[in-house]
Design a protein around this ligand. Structure first.
Ligand SMILES: [Zn+2]
Length: 1029
């Protein structure tokens, strides 16, 4: 069929075709040079610049100044509003006419007062189509506005993408003109591009590549760039090639448009709102032209933003959601971090997200969607299932630095045994471009060949937004079923997962967490965000408990459901996967801390008003005494500070009832007095009847004895509470990564500024204090506190920190031998090895945990508790808590400043479960709260749970039900138990419900004498809907 002579020279034939479409070489005579026809100047171009992000209606009222192509605008984070007046030449009749716009920054075109199209050079969108085929009766004279954000898709990093932003960058307008666009040339260019890629990417042993080569070569022969009448014969050759079909066994790719938009990262939250609008409006334009095109879109918060700021655009999105083209996925408020949020926070991510999607679009999401998050808690499968989701998509584990994850499609099993069908797109990307290499990579990488014959292909520019382009759709259109390449369907997550589920007989199961072997610094970076997250989680818990008690006990109390929802949404927003991990720029940190302040301010007010309402209940009234509120579901006997600061405070030992209230005076109990003794050698001994601790002069713990069994917890000659510094220079991802080799740089902090001295020595509390020097710029001051009746010794720590690329940790070598350590996770715990046998073991040299970690041997163990930290490591018998890092990108001042945090060491007999380590870690995080000016006759308790294994975690008003509560309990020991929940609240009836609070009417929870009997599997979460009478 081919003209002779076609010599056997693959290289020249291939390069000939490449040069024919090159945008660098031979554009004077090749096909690429013909993409655009005539051009025409704009009638006028003028600009208004502002440091603020202003609304369209306000912007167009401003004073616009003339400007021209080549001018530079900005600086960074400013916005330029361009007014464009244009007139399309009459003689461009029947032509496709574009406004061609090339500039730095991210632009939005506004026409007739509405956003119509995003324009971003980085996202390969530089054309706004004015007419697809110019007609006489179309408007020829048009005024447009272009809103240009002075930041790139990836912010404005100085020198590298993740460097702190360059605040003085200028943004240049390179092109603004009318142009005739030759669609037929574009179509041929796409044919050539795909053929060339097939030649290059198919194996040498594959004859299909040679067929592509000769097809492309013959097309060059046929095609005369200056004569469009020659194009059709070239095009039909390409068509003939692409329409040669596969056999039935070929792998099937489910292509879905996607646009990953980080809710804040290298740009602030406010810019994300505009990124959503720019990206999504462009998606709608593609949907209009390509009815089969489907787009998956996650994060309810982003939909809410667009609803608030771009209502007309939002209604168009609703229309395309109903059509099934714009597909909400994920079911969560934001794509949150998968490690650090508490169990209840994760539930709320789904509750707020799913309720939003149901209300706005009439449907819950069926898939959980977290393609870019830094590891996934082993409790997520159960939480997903509870939120009506049994499918999960991510790809981030492809970033593992050490071990290759063995599956792409598998069942993921959580700590309770719940399973979800999980898919990692084998192309290891959520921003493919529809190119041949994406197809081939997917098929080659698929680790479940023969087990799963379907894969996702998510295409579209991402991270900073952008999304799919027409070119990507055109590429995919050509290879829907072309021999030698996987088949491509325009598909949806529902279709993909249904296909995978239908043929899942050979799929493997992965049990436990999906640990990311990278980004392990994110458990520690931006300590203030971590601290505020933990505190705000506790505050909202307490507000809900107090408000529920008030609702059920105090006539006329109105539950602050609207305000609580707003506060939860702020907290959930900050759990976004670049905010709580601390991997964002300084502007985002400031915004996040502002939101936490708002949660603290309003949350404290709500707590106060709930406590006020408790003053008018059957069991408490206004008076002159002070009461104590315990929001945790067990009785606590603790020392509480009544007034004053630090060592000056008046103390009391209080026995507080479960989720209840007692008077201060009523509850005093007597136990062994605390003693503190400075010994002859300068060491200090602290003792309280439960434990005895000895600190050396430099504040190190040289002995900790559990008095009940006279068991020493610190090995002979070792030092607990040893601060250690490490060099912390990762390979690239500064705020994200701590590398294995940092462990080789360990340096103990040994310079004493002020040796240990006794600060207070009352019968209820002993406190000693000391100071250490880390460096010229950084210091530690610590108070070591032992309270009466406390099984743990507390380390209240202040650090002034001004380091660069250093990592501060504290070590506790313990006299315990165990091959595993246990770490608290969401609604449960899991074990990780303390040895480094295999690469899977040592890759976890830095891990995350929540309020506690424990190492135990039979009969004895030691737990390390904390009030705001997440980074841990336990190697052999050394327990280490990660305290502070000092990365310089993307926030150059990350963590520089003053920090306060508390950790505690608790030796125990028996198992950590039987020793109530879990409860004590809660106690450390949920302080007792005082209610002044009351009087009450006897202690009052709202709820009790009969089994110490079961934790009543949450009490809240049921969504949309004024007189009903939801209580959430979980089994925390990893055991099957029966438990009885008793309440003094007037509960009329109770139902089991899921995490979305949908009652299961076939599963009533019988209420007998205010008691409900419950059966738990290990780590099971049970939610109940309680109707109050
Ligand atoms: Zn992301």
């Amino acid at each position: 069929m081919y003209h002779p002579p076609v010599l056997k020279n693959k290289r020249t034939l291939l390069e000939r075709a490449e040069k024919f479409i090159s945008d660098i070489y031979f554009t004077d005579c090749n096909l690429r040079g013909r993409l655009y026809g005539d051009t025409h100047q704009l009638t006028s171009l003028s600009v208004f610049q502002t440091a603020k992000r202003v609304q369209y209606s306000e912007a167009i009222q401003q004073n616009f100044q003339p400007c021209k192509v080549g001018d530079a605008f900005g600086p960074t984070w400013w916005t330029c509003w361009f007014r464009i007046v244009l007139k399309i030449p009459e003689d461009w009749r029947e032509k496709e006419v574009h406004l061609r716009w090339e500039s730095d920054g991210e632009a939005m075109v506004w026409r007739d007062d509405q956003p119509v199209q995003g324009l971003t050079k980085e996202g390969e969108k530089t054309s706004y189509i004015l007419s697809e085929c110019l007609k006489q009766d179309e408007p020829h004279s048009i005024t447009l506005y272009v809103e240009l954000a002075c930041n790139g898709l990836f912010g404005a990093g100085q020198g590298s993408a993740i460097a702190p932003p360059d605040l003085n960058r200028k943004f240049t307008l390179q092109k603004a003109e009318l142009v005739v666009f030759n669609r037929d040339v574009q179509e041929l260019l796409t044919d050539f591009e795909m053929l060339v890629d097939i030649v290059k990417l198919l194996d040498e042993g594959d004859q299909r590549g040679y067929q592509a080569l000769f097809t492309a070569n013959e097309m060059v022969n046929l095609c005369e760039p200056t004569d469009p009448s020659t194009f059709s014969s070239a095009q039909s050759l390409a068509q003939k090639f692409f329409s040669q079909r596969n056999g039935q066994s070929q792998h099937i790719m489910h292509a879905m448009g996607h646009c990953h938009i980080d809710s804040a990262w290298l740009w602030p939250y406010e810019e994300t709102i505009r990124k959503c609008a720019r990206s999504w409006v462009s998606v709608l334009r593609l949907m209009e032209k390509n009815p089969e095109f489907k787009f998956t879109c996650s994060q309810a918060q982003q939909f809410q933003w667009v609803k608030d700021w771009y209502p007309a655009l939002y209604s168009q999105i609703q229309y395309f959601v109903q059509k099934g083209q714009f597909i909400p996925v994920g079911g969560t408020w934001v794509e949150m971090d998968g490690n650090l949020p508490s169990g209840e926070s994760m539930v709320r991510q789904f509750l707020e997200g799913q309720n939003f999607f149901k209300t706005e679009f009439g449907q819950y999401c069926k898939e959980f969607w977290l393609p870019d998050t830094f590891g996934y808690s082993a409790q997520l499968p159960q939480i997903m299932q509870g939120a009506g989701i049994s499918r999960f998509l991510t790809q981030k584990l492809s970033w593992n630095l050490v071990n290759t994850f063995p599956h792409n499609t598998f069942f993921w099993e959580g700590i309770d045994g719940s399973q979800v069908l999980t898919h990692f797109p084998p192309g290891n990307s959520y921003e493919m471009k529809g190119k041949v290499e994406d197809l081939i990579k997917t098929v080659k990488n698929n680790k479940d060949k023969g087990r799963a014959n379907h894969s996702a292909m998510l295409f579209g520019f991402g991270d900073g937004g952008g999304g799919p382009t027409q070119l990507m759709l055109d590429r995919l259109q050509r290879v829907r079923d072309s021999d030698g390449l996987p088949r491509v369907n325009m598909s949806s997550p529902d279709r993909l997962f249904s296909e995978l589920q239908a043929d899942s007989g050979l799929l493997c199961t992965w049990s436990g967490e999906l640990f990311l072997e990278l980004h392990n610094g994110t458990y520690t970076t931006q300590a203030k965000i971590k601290l505020e997250n933990r505190r705000c989680e506790a505050l909202l818990h307490d507000v809900e408990v107090a408000s529920c008690l008030a609702l059920s006990q105090s006539v006329g109390f109105s539950y602050p459901n609207k305000e609580l929802q707003e506060l939860w949404r702020l907290l959930l927003l900050n759990q976004f996967h670049d905010v709580i991990p601390g991997t964002c720029i300084e502007m985002v940190v400031e915004d996040a801390l502002g939101y936490y302040k708002e949660i603290q301010r309003t949350g404290s007010r709500l707590l106060l008003s709930a406590c006020n309402a408790l003053r008018s209940t059957p069991w408490m009234e206004a008076g002159s005494s002070t009461a104590v509120l315990n929001t945790l579901p067990w009785e606590r006997t603790e020392v509480i500070a009544l007034s004053g600061e630090g060592s000056q405070s008046r103390l009391a030992l209080i026995k507080a009832p479960c989720m209840g209230v007692t008077l201060l005076t009523d509850s005093a109990v007597s136990v062994s007095a605390v003693t503190v003794t400075v010994q002859a050698d300068g060491t200090v001994r602290m003792k309280n009847g439960l434990v005895q601790a000895v600190l050396d002069k430099t504040g190190r713990l040289i002995s900790l004895i559990l008095l009940q069994t006279n068991r020493e917890a610190i090995p002979d000659g070792c030092f607990g509470n040893q601060f250690v510094m490490f060099d912390d220079v990762p390979l690239y991802w500064d705020a994200w990564d701590v590398m294995d080799y940092h462990l080789q740089t360990r340096k103990p902090v040994t310079t004493v500024v002020r040796p240990v001295e006794v600060v207070s020595s009352g019968a209820l509390r002993a406190c000693v204090s000391f100071s250490l020097r880390i460096s010229e710029k950084s210091h530690i001051t610590q108070e070591v506190i032992l309270d009466a009746n406390s099984p743990y010794i507390k380390f209240s720590t202040h650090v002034d920190w001004a380091e660069a690329h250093k990592f501060l940790k504290v070590e506790f070598p313990v006299q315990v031998r165990s091959s595993n350590a246990t770490y608290e996770i969401q609604f449960g715990h899991l074990q990780r090895p303390t040895h480094r046998n295999t690469s899977w073991d040592w890759a976890r040299f830095e891990v995350w945990g929540h309020k506690w970690a424990d190492v135990s041997e039979h009969g004895f163990g030691v737990a390390l508790l904390n009030d705001c930290k997440y980074g841990y490591s336990v190697h052999q018998n050394v327990m280490t808590l990660s305290l502070l890092r000092a990365p310089k990108a993307p926030d150059a001042s990350a963590d520089v400043g003053h920090h306060e945090f508390t950790y505690a060491l608790m030796p125990h007999a028996g198992s950590f479960q039987d020793a109530s380590v879990i409860q004590h870690a809660y106690n450390l995080n949920f302080p007792l709260r005082l209610i002044p000016d009351v009087s009450m006759a006897r202690p009052w308790s709202g709820f009790t749970v009969s089994s110490p294994a079961v934790i009543l975690e949450t009490i809240k008003q049921a969504e949309g039900k004024k007189n009903a509560l939801v209580v959430r309990l979980y089994e925390s020991h990893g055991s099957s138990v029966l438990a009885v929940l008793s309440t003094s609240l007037p509960v009329k009836e109770a139902w089991h419900c899921d995490l979305l609070e949908r009652p299961n009417y076939s599963h009533p929870a019988e209420v007998h004498n205010s008691k409900i009997s419950l059966t738990f599997r290990p780590f099971q979460i049970i939610s109940l809907l309680l109707h109050l009478s």
